[in-house]
Design a protein. Structure first.
Length: 222
């Protein structure tokens, strides 16, 4: 019932950046297929246009889920999310423990309790369980909403890194193998660009790694 708050990237929605099949090199392909314009008859000894270079054909894979979680931004976001919602989760855990204690009381002492006392205890159990379910659902919804926002922020910045990396290294297609809808049955380890993308992302966005925790109050000089 209680959720463990870990930054998740496998719940990317269709209306955000899609990583399942990132097709790159389209402009280069169109350029390669374009035919040079014919030289007018009156033009003397026109120099023929050079043919465009070959379109990129290499294919790479990336685990976006692992990439986002491995970046400094992803790690910091997960820690912040955990710290923000831990108090509410602890409160729910305490309520769950109270319900369990009442259930044990009803089970162990039911034989000696009056019908009225048993009915009252059962009503309290039912009421507390309904309240716990509502609060747990609210907590999950709030955490999921913020989790998705963080994923979209990191994912949009990572998309720019992937595009630049793929263009510079001649990749035509980058497939996200963390997406179950991507039909990648097998891929050589050498085609996995996840570590490179994580490294380049952290280099391009060093804010999270540069941030330092505030000094504790007793360490501040008066």
């Amino acid at each position: 019932m209680l959720v463990s708050f870990t930054l998740r990237s496998f719940r990317l929605k269709k209306n955000v950046v899609m990583f399942s099949a990132l097709v790159l090199g389209v402009a280069a392909l169109a350029c390669a297929q374009a035919q040079p314009a014919p030289v007018p008859p009156a033009a003397p000894a026109a120099r023929p246009a050079q043919a465009a270079g070959p379109a990129p054909t290499k294919i790479a894979i990336i685990n976006i889920q692992r990439a986002i979680l491995s970046t400094k931004d992803g790690q910091k976001a997960a820690q912040d999310l955990q710290a923000k919602y831990n108090p509410r989760r602890s409160t729910l855990e305490k309520k769950q423990a109270d319900i369990t204690a009442m259930q044990d009381q009803l089970r162990k002492g039911g034989a000696t309790m009056s019908d009225e006392a048993k009915a009252r205890l059962q009503r309290d159990i039912d009421s507390n369980q309904k309240s716990l379910q509502r609060e747990a659902q609210d907590l999950n919804d709030d955490a999921d909403q913020e989790n998705q926002k963080l994923i979209n922020e990191i994912g949009s910045k990572m998309m720019a890194v992937i595009e630049q990396y793929a263009s510079q290294n001649g990749f035509a297609v980058v497939l996200d193998v963390s997406n179950p809808q991507t039909p990648v049955l097998w891929a050589a380890a050498a085609t996995d660009i996840t570590p490179d993308i994580v490294r380049l992302y952290d280099l391009a966005h060093p804010e999270a790694s540069a941030a330092k925790p505030a000094a504790p109050p007793d360490a501040v000089k008066k």
